[in-house]
Ligand binder design. Structure first.
Ligand SMILES: Cc1ncc(COP(=O)(O)O)c(C=O)c1O
Length: 483
C-alpha cells in the first residue's frame, strides 16, 4: 500500500497551511469565519481556509508556493506550463478557447463536447462546425472521432481557428489525438483537448497515453474526477506556442474566482505530490484490481461491459481506444434500461454508479478504489446477469445532428416564446436541451427542431433520462421561434 506521507514535504501547501493555523496569528482578513473552531462546531476545515494573504502566493500571478506546485504538474505530465484551476475544467475550457481564438472566429468541435465548450462559443460569437462521433452499435455510446473526419472538416473549413476534441469522453472513449493533432498542425491550427476525464492517463502503460504526450496544444484535466483531489480541482496545461501563456492567464482571471480556496489548492498540491512519489505502485495496484474485476466478470452472458472481461476493443469498430478505469455496463441485450440497472445497483447492492443512460450505466473507478469495491461491483453484476431476461433484439442508432440555421449567439439574441414541445417541429430552438449528466447538448440554440431530434428526445424521456433545458421546461415546453 502506498504511504500516506506524501505531504511530509514541509513546503507542501497543506503543511504550510496547517503550520500557519497553529501560529496564533489574528486573521484580520477574509474568509469571514476567521478559522474560529470554537464558534464553528463542525468538521469543516476552517483552520486552513485562507485566501491570498502574505506568504501564500497569488493564483493569478504565481511566484512562490503555487508556482512550485505548477512546476510539479509540468514535471509529472510533461507539459510546458500548467495552470492550477479551482473552478473545475469548465473555467480552463472557457479561458482556453478565448485564449486561442478571436471574437466571431470559426472553430471545429466534436459534437459530444461538454457544455462549457458551447458556452465559450456563445460568449465569443463563434461559428461552430461539428464533428459527429459514430454510435457504437453494441452499446449506444458515442465512438471516437476519426482522423479522417478531422481532415475532411479541416479541408472544408480552411478558415477554422481551433479544433476542440473530448478525449477520453465521459464514457471512457479515447481518440487518436496524435493523428488528429498532426492533421491540425499541418494547417497551423491549435488543438484543445478536453481531457476532464483523463487526468489519470499516461502514468502507466496499462492506460492510454495522455493527450499532452500525443501533442495537443492545450489539455484540461479535472483532477477531481479520476484522481484523489477535492471537487473543482483541475489543471490546464499549455504545450506549444500556438497558445499564448499570458493570454491564457488573462482569460483565467475572467473565468476563475479572485478569492481562490487554499483548501482546493492544497488538495491539488497533495494529489500531485502523491503521484510524484507513489504513482508506479498506485497504478500497479489499480491495474491489478481492474484485471481481477475483468476476470471475475468474464462469463457475463447478458450484460456487456465495454472493453472489460470478455469484451475487447476489437469488438467495437468505432472506438480507437478505451480507458480501462471506466466501467460502462451495457443493458442492450437485456430487459433492463440503464436507469433500471442503476436503481438495482443502488437499492439492492448499495452501489451508487456515476450515471445511467438509456442503454448503459457508467461506473468511475480510480486508484483510490479498494479491491473490495471492485469485488462488490463484480458480485452484483454476476447476480444481476443471472436474473435478467435476455433480449437480443438489435437496436440500430444513429447520432443526430440537427440543421444549424445561425450561430448560438445570434439565436440567443432573438425573442421567442415558450411553446409546447409537441408543436415545435420545424421551428428554431432558442435554448439548449441536454441530458444531465454528462451535460452534452442534444439541441443547441439556432438549430432546427426536426423529426429526428424530436424522436431522439422522446426516446431519452421514455428511458427515464434526466433532460434539462436552459429555461427548465423541457420536455413539456421549449423556447423557439419560427424559421
Ligand atoms: C467531458 C467533460 N468536460 C468538462 C467537464 C467539466 O468539468 P468540471 O466539472 O471539472 O468543470 C465535464 C464535467 O462533467 C465533462 O464531463
Amino acid at each position: 500500500m502506498a504511504s500516506k506521507n506524501h505531504t511530509v514535504n514541509e513546503n507542501s501547501i497543506y503543511n504550510l497551511l496547517t503550520r500557519y493555523s497553529t501560529m496564533d496569528i489574528c486573521p484580520l482578513h477574509m474568509p469571514g469565519h476567521k478559522r474560529n473552531s470554537q464558534l464553528l462546531a463542525d468538521n469543516l476545515p476552517y483552520n486552513i481556509d485562507i485566501t491570498e494573504i502574505s506568504g501564500f502566493d497569488n493564483l493569478h500571478d504565481p511566484r512562490g508556493i503555487i508556482k512550485e506546485t505548477s512546476k510539479i504538474a509540468d514535471a509529472l505530465y510533461g507539459s510546458n506550463k500548467t495552470f492550477l484551476l479551482v473552478n473545475g475544467s469548465s473555467c480552463g475550457i472557457l479561458a482556453g478557447i478565448r485564449a486561442a481564438v478571436k471574437h466571431g472566429d470559426k472553430i471545429i468541435m466534436a459534437r459530444n463536447c461538454h457544455q462549457s465548450v458551447y458556452h465559450a462559443a456563445e460568449l465569443n460569437a463563434l461559428q461552430t462546425v461539428y464533428l459527429l462521433p459514430k454510435i457504437d452499435q453494441q452499446t449506444g455510446i458515442g465512438g471516437s472521432i476519426s482522423p479522417l473526419q478531422v481532415k475532411a472538416a479541416l479541408d472544408n473549413n480552411p478558415d477554422a481557428k481551433l479544433l476542440v476534441i473530448t478525449s477520453p469522453t465521459y464514457e471512457g472513449v479515447v481518440n487518436d489525438i496524435e493523428k488528429i493533432t498532426a492533421a491540425a498542425h499541418k494547417r497551423g491550427i491549435a488543438v484543445l483537448v478536453d481531457a476532464a476525464h483523463g487526468a489519470h492517463l499516461g502514468f502507466s502503460d496499462y492506460f492510454p497515453d495522455n493527450s499532452i504526450k500525443s501533442g495537443a496544444d492545450l489539455v484540461v484535466h479535472s483532477l477531481h474526477k479520476t484522481l484523489p483531489a477535492l471537487t473543482q480541482c483541475a489543471l490546464a496545461h499549455i504545450n506549444s506556442n500556438l497558445i499564448n501563456h499570458q493570454k491564457m492567464a488573462a482569460e483565467l482571471a475572467i473565468f476563475e474566482t479572485s478569492s481562490p480556496s487554499y483548501i482546493l489548492l492544497a488538495s491539488i498540491d497533495n494529489c500531485l505530490r502523491l503521484l510524484l512519489k507513489d504513482k508506479d505502485q498506485l497504478f500497479k495496484t489499480y491495474e491489478n484490481n481492474i484485471k481481477c474485476f475483468d476476470y471475475a466478470i468474464k462469463d457475463l452472458k447478458n450484460l456487456h461491459i465495454v472493453c472489460h472481461g470478455s469484451n475487447y476493443l476489437n469488438n467495437h469498430q468505432c472506438l480507437f481506444d478505451f480507458d480501462p478505469g471506466k466501467i460502462v455496463i451495457s443493458t442492450r441485450e437485456t430487459n433492463l434500461t440503464g436507469t433500471i440497472l442503476a436503481n438495482i445497483l443502488r437499492e439492492q447492492y448499495r452501489i451508487e454508479p456515476e450515471m445511467a443512460g438509456s442503454d448503459y450505466v457508467i461506473a468511475i473507478t480510480s486508484i483510490c478504489d479498494s479491491k473490495d469495491n471492485f469485488k462488490r461491483l463484480a458480485d452484483a453484476l454476476i447476480a444481476i446477469d443471472q436474473a435478467v431476461i435476455p433480449n437480443k433484439s438489435i437496436k440500430t442508432m444513429a447520432n443526430v445532428l440537427p440543421r444549424q440555421l445561425m450561430r448560438i449567439s445570434e439565436a440567443l439574441d432573438l425573442n421567442g416564446t415558450l411553446i409546447a414541445f409537441a408543436d415545435a417541429t420545424g421551428m428554431v430552438s432558442l435554448e439548449y436541451v441536454w441530458a444531465y449528466p454528462p451535460g452534452i447538448p442534444l439541441l443547441v440554440p439556432g438549430e432546427i427542431i426536426d423529426k429526428n431530434i424530436v424522436k431522439q428526445i422522446h426516446s431519452f424521456v421514455s428511458a427515464g433520462i434526466n433532460l434539462k433545458s436552459s429555461f427548465g421546461e423541457m420536455p413539456r415546453q421549449i423556447k423557439a421561434t419560427s424559421v
